[in-house]
Design a protein around this ligand. Structure first.
Ligand code: BG6
Length: 508
């Protein structure tokens, strides 16, 4: 096809510098700003993907001087290192801080002054990107106030004003619908960018490349060949300093409703006609709509929730969830969820999708594994095939990003024995270039106005519809989550979910 882009991939990646803009981060004194957003902006500036006329305004409740804020941001960039001094200088010139309550009118009056000043001095041209990285309870208020102060539209001559909203988007289906209604009172849907950083991960996007850029996988990507699908998002870390947030969220709201549902949608969706935002998001929604919503009775049999106890990880003893700082000593918050879902459509009918996530599991690993059916007839004696397991395709999303195919091969020697072997593709070995960090990719997409990798309103609601029965069942359940020792793969009951059908979880 020479230099032309395949029509399927047209418009997917826009390699261009963003327009002049003021990026306003609400929640600027928070952890995400230092850990992810500022380093991502620095990397984008260093890679010439931001306009030199870019300003960053932090808004936060902490009383910080602008100098202090600048120092903090420098430290954040230093920690990721190495720093490109020209890129930093360029960012530092337009770095400002506005201290104030998120519901105070004065905060927005001050913000307006700062933005006008930046349009004049830095040339941000009236364009705005608001990034809401505050506690979720603030999202609606902040947007309402932006609207009251006319900040939800580009200022004179500007092209765009967009709002990026961090997860979690609502606490349940009703609050998500309510939040959406509040946002739409002020914003149009095309101004709203609901972020899920999993979609910014290269290897999550690679699910699309693997499936739709190759002829050989799609024919077997269905119920005729696939026995079952496992999606794992395992973390070895505990709740750390985030108990304040986590006690309210739990693994279901923190990971299942968003990251796991997104990976499931990409895995299960039909091929889109094009990689346009609408093409992809329509198909993802259709896949989520096909997921069977669990009845209360089924929640009891198809879902397992757990909570980690004291245990051993990497040779160190770690404390249990209930002993973590700021966790209620009788907390029922789940740190582990495993579930079996059915995707009721022509492609997947009868194929179980096993999903699991947890903190304090033995390793940090995210992967998708397809286990294939057995051959219809094995022309070997059972002893010859003793070492043969089912064919499997494993997409390793992180770490050791890559793909493994497991298949049977003859063991060398006089006898005809077959055994499972692996064929491995490693991202790191195939591509020397460092992939951009998820937040870099997504911030840039929001700046250039590409919503493909952001979550549309119907998608977020459908994901809530799937997890809502679990929330309801657990709210009424006086029993605590099942305990599991830190450093293990979760409660034993989770193994039973698969053992019932003669399957088992992978031990990555
Ligand atoms: C976040 C969750 O969205 O994702 C965290 O709030 C979790 O609890 C994190 O640790 C995992 O992300 P990653 O990119 O490290 O897999």
């Amino acid at each position: 096809m020479g230099e032309t882009t395949h029509p399927l991939f047209e418009g997917l990646r826009i390699e261009r510098a963003a327009a002049p803009v003021a990026i306003v981060i609400f929640g600027a004194s928070g952890d995400l700003t230092s850990r992810k957003l500022m380093p991502a902006l620095h990397a984008l500036m260093a890679g010439h993907q931001l306009s030199p006329s870019t300003a960053v305004v932090g808004v936060g409740r902490s009383e910080l001087s602008e100098d202090h804020f600048r120092e903090r941001m420098r430290k954040a960039v230093d920690e990721i290192g190495p720093v490109d001094e020209r890129a930093w200088e360029s960012l530092a010139r337009g770095l400002r801080y506005v201290a104030g309550g998120y519901d105070h009118q004065a905060t927005y009056r001050r913000l307006e002054e700062v933005l006008c000043d930046l349009d004049e001095r830095v040339g941000t041209a009236g364009n705005r990107l608001y990034y809401l990285s505050t506690p979720p309870g603030v999202f609606a208020t902040a947007v309402r106030r932006l609207g009251q102060h006319g900040l939800h539209r580009p200022a004179g001559g500007g092209q765009f004003a967009r709002v990026v909203i961090e997860k979690p988007f609502g606490r349940d289906l009703d609050s998500a619908i309510e939040l959406d209604r509040a946002l739409h009172e002020v914003l149009d849907e095309d101004q709203i960018y609901r972020i899920d950083h999993y979609l910014g991960k290269e290897t999550v996007q690679n699910v699309l490349a693997l499936r739709f850029a190759n002829i050989i996988f799609e024919p077997v990507w269905n119920r005729r060949y696939v026995d079952s699908v496992q999606i794992t998002v395992a973390e070895s870390g505990g709740v750390g300093h985030r108990a304040g947030f986590y006690e309210e969220a739990g693994a279901l709201r923190d990971i299942v409703q968003n990251h796991l549902m997104q990976v499931l949608a990409l895995m299960a969706m039909e091929p889109p006609a094009s990689m346009s935002p609408k093409g992809i998001r329509d198909e993802k929604v259709k896949a989520l709509e096909a997921v069977d919503i669990l009845s209360p009775a089924k929640v009891a049999t198809e879902v397992v929730r757990g909570q980690y106890r004291r245990g051993w990880l990497g040779g160190e003893e770690v404390q249990g969830y209930l002993e973590e700082p700021d966790v209620h000593p009788a907390s029922h918050t789940e740190t582990y969820v495993a579930m079996r879902l059915q995707v009721d459509n022509w492609r997947w009918s009868g194929v179980p999708f096993y999903l699991r996530t947890g903190k304090r599991l033995p390793r940090r690993v995210t992967e998708v594994a397809l286990r294939f059916n057995q051959v219809p007839h094995l022309p070997f004696a059972p002893t010859q095939a003793a070492g043969l397991g089912p064919n499997a395709l494993v997409l390793r999303i992180q770490p050791d990003e890559g793909i493994t195919l497991r298949f049977g091969a003859k063991v060398p020697g006089q006898a005809f024995d077959v055994r499972s072997v692996s064929m491995d593709f490693s991202y790191g070995a195939a591509f020397p270039e460092e992939p951009p960090e998820a937040y870099e990719r997504l911030l840039h997409d929001a700046l250039v106005g590409d919503p493909t990798l952001f979550i549309r309103t119907d998608e977020v609601e459908q994901a809530w519809r799937i997890v809502q029965p679990l929330l309801d069942a657990w709210a009424d359940d006086p029993a605590p989550p099942l305990p599991y020792p830190a450093g293990t793969w979760g409660p034993e009951r989770a193994d039973q979910l698969l053992a019932d059908n003669g399957r088992e979880w992978r031990r990555p």
